[in-house]
Design a protein around this ligand. Structure first.
Ligand code: GDP
Length: 365
């Protein structure tokens, strides 16, 4: 599965957000740094209105959303790259996630201690990013010379890695994140991805604001949005406190509560949707009378890979995929209508799955 790691300085609202995300009390929120010591993993259903539409057309008995995993990563403080706080553990946990959800405190509250003494989300973001850059810098300063030696002895893989990681090292030395590295071909891109550098991962900034600012954000979150835009990152405004409240409400009461606050959807829905976008994922569907189900693949995945998400046998014995675009499925009121209109396509091994495809796989066992 795909994993987003929730990071940020202590007391910015990570645990509150994580709890809301997973609707569990697994991670205890408290006004105390280092409260979340073990990484907690929660699977979250990805909201998708299209799934309900498909289920209605096909009279499916059950709806199964696709899921995204969130990992609440233990507290980072200034100096983590030198082993301060839970430094090394923290950095190791980040290495294992696909994307970073960086929570920034954009609320003022005299009762909640700020570890750096004042509320400044840009400075906080830089503190965290600096620790990540220092950690990458330190690891590459050891790895690149070693790769260089191996490359000189004729190791081709090492040569590729030395070239692309050398570029990353130069960037880090200039105080820039490794994600600005430009691999020159597929081989370099693979070597770069394998290096799992902390600052190569895509980032979503979550501006945690007070209830009153949940609809429109505030001056602090506006600055975070500017920063995100300049970096090609994503940003969303969320009030973790509101989300925590919503998480405890019966679903039928949530809509009214949200509209009273001027909100169209939960912050959670926005975080999940942005996380999904950040990871370059797309959704395809399988639809039948028993269930309508959403599945996740990387953008660019081909039909057999999509089949493999459902079952490895489907991938191994893949023959073809009967595919209907979401819009056609809806406009023609289902599979039979789509088939009659010639909109049910027979797609082979090389077919690149499109977001919203309704697919039925034919395979040999
Ligand atoms: P973490 O250390 O980043 O995981 O932060 P927590 O989620 O434990 O939150 C730290 C403290 O800030 C707790 O007392 C929360 O109740 C409080 N808090 C979290 N979000 C908000 C918010 O949006 N507004 C206010 N006023 N307090 C919040």
């Amino acid at each position: 599965g795909f994993r987003c790691g929730i990071v940020g300085l202590p007391n910015v609202g990570k645990s509150t957000l994580f709890n809301a995300l997973t609707e569990t009390a697994a991670a205890q929120a408290a006004n105390y740094p280092f409260c979340t010591i073990e990484p907690n993993v929660g699977n979250v259903a990805v909201p998708d209105a299209r799934l309900n539409q498909l289920a209605e057309i096909a009279s499916s008995q059950k709806i199964v959303e696709t899921q995204l995993a969130f990992v609440d990563i233990a507290g980072l403080v200034r100096g983590a790259s030198k082993g301060e706080g839970l430094g090394n553990q923290f950095l190791g946990n980040i290495r294992e996630v696909d994307a970073i959800v960086h929570v920034l405190r954009c609320f003022e509250d005299g009762d909640v201690t700020h570890v750096e003494g004042k509320v400044d989300p840009i400075a906080d973001a830089e503190t965290v990013e600096t620790e990540l850059m220092l950690s990458d810098l330190e690891s590459l300063e050891k790895r690149v010379p070693n790769l260089g030696k191996k490359a000189a002895q004729g190791d081709k893989e090492a040569k590729v890695a030395a070239s692309v990681l050398g570029q990353a090292l130069d960037l880090l030395r200039e105080g820039k994140p490794a994600r600005l590295t430009k691999p020159k071909d597929e081989e370099e891109a693979r070597a770069f991805a394998q290096a799992q550098l902390l600052t190569s991962k895509p980032v979503l900034y979550v501006c945690n604001v007070d209830e009153g600012d949940a609809a429109n954000g505030n001056a602090l979150s506006a600055r975070v949005f500017e920063k995100a835009k300049a970096e090609g990152a994503e940003a969303v405004v969320v009030s973790a406190a509101i989300e925590a409240e919503i998480a405890t409400m019966p679903p039928e009461e949530r809509g009214e509560f949200l509209s009273e606050l001027g909100l169209e959807e939960t912050g959670l829905a926005r975080v999940i949707t942005a996380g999904y976008k950040l990871l370059h994922l797309l959704t395809f569907f399988t639809v039948g009378p028993k269930e309508a189900r959403a599945w996740t693949v990387h953008v660019g995945a081909k039909a057999p890979q999509a089949a493999g998400e459902i079952h490895t046998d489907f991938e191994r014995g893949f023959i073809r995929a009967e595919t209907i675009a979401f819009a056609d499925y809806v406009a023609l009121k289902g599979e039979a209508g789509a088939r009659e209109a010639g909109k049910l396509r027979q797609e082979g091994k090389e077919y690149v799955v499109q977001d919203g495809d309704v697919m039925l796989f034919r395979f040999n066992v």
